[in-house]
Design a protein around this ligand. Structure first.
Ligand SMILES: [Mn+2]
Length: 334
């Protein structure tokens, strides 16, 4: 469905949520900190407004994020979703959070998109319109920051649990307030969340001092795959199913590992090629400076932000993917 993308929170979204008794919340598949923090944070706001809330996830919350308050409230059962939607009848609104395009709603997207109104709240630069009402603001650090504003507009309670979730959302999408998406308003929202009792040190501990020995072993193996090219401005790392098996870690454990090649002083673009099973490869891209990696990801049917993007591809080896992506990056850096 085509239409306008509103940078300012449209009043029709506030009204649609205010007038519905039942709200179903979605986010993108393989959810990150922003996706999950926004989901559970917004659910808490809706609770305070007396709504019946249903949070759907395609897969259970990663062990890296099960410290989030309320993280056990999401359902992974599609038939529970159908029951909720059926009982709600017409008195329902759907909200998709942090979802850059409808495919990222997952395998049940066709069923989910039947709900009207279908509200989309997102900050991806590469956003592709879907749903019936949209608030898409690429100048926002995170969907968590947008959910906070939405919560204020709805006059919901920003409880401690809500603040905790939204703080994690903002923290993870800004690389702990280091990326260019960090604006004065981002810090103001973060400050207001801390005023609700969130402890920055506690969140930091959960997010960054959370390695198992297996995870560190996997990091060691992945870093040993690193290659540098173009006068050390382009870095690649990869992970294979064999490495996952040998280390005893899981694919979820690789989250954030791309920050290591990215942290090299000379690196302008870092890429992480992840093969989950033979022929199924996902690529994450990170940029420092001028290179627009969302544009590169788009050439492979992916998307994201200027400095953080990704895509998936099938039936290619790690080496083939690396060769193709490296070529595009070199062209973009020229
Ligand atoms: Mn996000």
């Amino acid at each position: 469905m085509k239409g306008t993308q509103e940078k300012i929170l449209p009043q029709e979204i506030v009204k649609a949520i205010q007038s519905a008794g039942n709200v179903v919340l979605f986010t993108h598949t393989h959810p990150d900190g922003d996706a999950l923090g926004s989901l559970f944070g917004f659910a808490e706001i809706l609770d305070s407004l007396g709504k019946n809330v249903f949070c759907f996830l395609e897969e259970p919350v990663s062990h890296l994020y099960d410290f989030l308050p309320q993280s056990d409230r999401a359902s992974v059962a599609f038939d529970e979703y159908l029951d909720f939607a059926k009982t709600a009848g017409e008195d329902i609104v759907a909200v998709a959070l942090d979802c850059g395009d409808s495919d990222r709603l997952g395998k049940f997207k066709g069923e989910f998109l039947k709900v009207t109104p279908f509200v989309v709240v997102d900050h991806h630069q590469s956003h592709r319109d879907f749903g019936t009402m949209r608030w898409v603001a690429a100048d926002r650090s995170s969907t968590g920051e947008m959910v906070y504003e939405l919560g204020l507009a709805l006059k919901g309670d920003i409880t401690y649990n809500c603040a905790y979730n939204l703080y994690v959302a903002i923290c993870t999408d800004t690389g702990s307030f280091r990326y260019e998406c960090t604006r004065p308003r981002t810090m103001q929202v973060a400050a207001e969340l801390l005023e609700r009792g969130v402890q920055a040190q506690e969140v930091g501990g959960h997010l960054y001092d959370n390695y198992s020995p297996e995870r560190l072993k996997l990091l060691e193996m992945i870093l040993s795959t690193m290659t540098l090219s173009s006068s050390d401005t382009v870095a690649f790392i990869h992970v294979s199913p064999q490495m996952l098996k040998e280390s005893g870690a899981t694919l979820q454990d690789v989250e954030g590992f791309i920050d290591f090649p990215r942290s090299i002083r000379t690196v302008k673009v870092a890429a992480f090629v992840k093969e989950s099973k033979p022929g199924v490869v996902a690529v994450s891209l990170r940029a420092k400076g001028d290179c627009d990696v969302a544009a590169i990801a788009k050439e492979f049917n992916g998307g994201g932000h200027r400095s953080a993007a990704g895509f998936r591809c099938l039936d290619k080896t790690i080496a083939e993917v690396q060769r193709e992506v490296e070529e595009k990056i070199h062209m973009a850096l020229k």
